[in-house]
Design a protein around this ligand. Structure first.
Ligand code: GLN
Length: 304
């Protein structure tokens, strides 16, 4: 299918809706982003790329990185992983501390900050140089060796991330963090500060639409069952306390980040990324949701 005209129509249509979202400013460096940026990239199962708007500029992927680190650790640990982190939707905000006390330091899922900090701890255990490994991994998936992590964004978050510091220390008090809290945070901010274009990100997520095989190489990264589970996690937990609404309106597994990126996929068909930095009250891109709702409605495609 040629998605180009469809994306262009959606791109124009969505801009006539008043965007009541706001750029994330709790990380000072992210507040500097131009709020009007807007781009959409779709990559189909054979690798054809369809782009509209600001698809050549990089943005901070933030929480979208959590899917990639989780997949790396799931591939390494298999189902042992679920002893350290759960797989249930949370119904709480991404940075919530509330469930941790009565769940004894086992975060409810790996896409909450709490869960992703446990995954970051495991990245430190599995790799001598986890930053280098992770960067190479995303460069391979995106087929783009120029991808970088933005040091100023990571530094800015390190200086303002009191909540994440609280989370990692609290989890450590339950012995579910093994490494030094500052090392875990240092890696976590590095992964969140990775910058990509919408097209890079859509390419990165093709592995989840391709039954766990890395496209073009056909290297097995995840088993079919693990790939199914990663998609299930994205469906249930990818949008925090808006996961239900995203499922209701869009019907695809996906993930958002406070940099304004949203990525979603239809297994065996396509991956799609939207970047628009103004976020709704739940921390998800306002236009991102609008675009994806139209895409699945107008094509009649969703996993349901
Ligand atoms: N780095 C951000 C944080 O820890 C990621 C949050 C997000 O994108 N939802 O707060």
């Amino acid at each position: 299918m040629n998605y180009q005209l469809l994306l262009e129509n959606i791109y124009n249509e969505v801009q006539s809706i008043e965007n009541t979202g706001k750029v994330a400013d709790y990380i000072p460096e992210l507040a500097k982003v131009n709020p009007e940026k807007f781009g959409i990239s779709l990559v189909d199962s054979t690798g054809n790329i369809f782009e509209v708007g600001d698809t050549k500029e990089t943005f901070s992927i933030q929480s979208i990185s959590k899917v990639l680190t989780t997949a790396i650790i799931f591939a390494k640990e298999g189902n042992e992983l679920w002893k350290r982190v759960g797989f249930e939707p949370s119904g709480n905000a991404f940075n919530s501390l509330i469930q941790l006390e009565y769940e004894k330091g086992i975060p409810r899922n790996p896409f909450l900050n709490a869960g992703s900090l446990v995954i970051a701890d495991l990245m430190l255990d599995h790799f001598d140089d986890p930053k280098k490994y992770f960067l190479n991994f995303v460069r391979t998936l995106a087929e783009n060796p120029t991808i970088q992590s933005n040091e100023s964004v990571a530094q800015s978050e390190m200086e303002s991330g009191f909540r994440n510091a609280a989370l990692v220390n609290f989890i450590k008090s339950f012995k579910n963090i093994k490494n030094a809290p500052e090392d875990v945070l240092d890696f976590y901010y590095f992964q969140c500060a990775i910058e990509m274009t919408t097209t890079d990100l859509a390419k990165c997520f093709r592995v989840f639409a391709n039954q766990g095989l890395i496209p073009n190489t056909d290297d097995l990264f995840l088993t079919k069952s693990q790939c199914k589970r990663m998609n299930a996690l994205m469906q249930m937990c990818g949008f925090y306390d808006q996961a239900g609404e995203f499922t209701f309106k869009v019907g695809l597994p996906g993930k958002s980040g406070v940099g304004g990126g949203v990525v979603a996929l239809l297994p065996n068909q396509y991956t799609v990324t939207v970047w628009s930095p103004k976020l709704n009250k739940k921390g998800n891109s306002f236009y991102g949701l609008e675009v994806l709702e139209r895409l699945t409605t107008e094509t009649g495609t969703s996993i349901f």
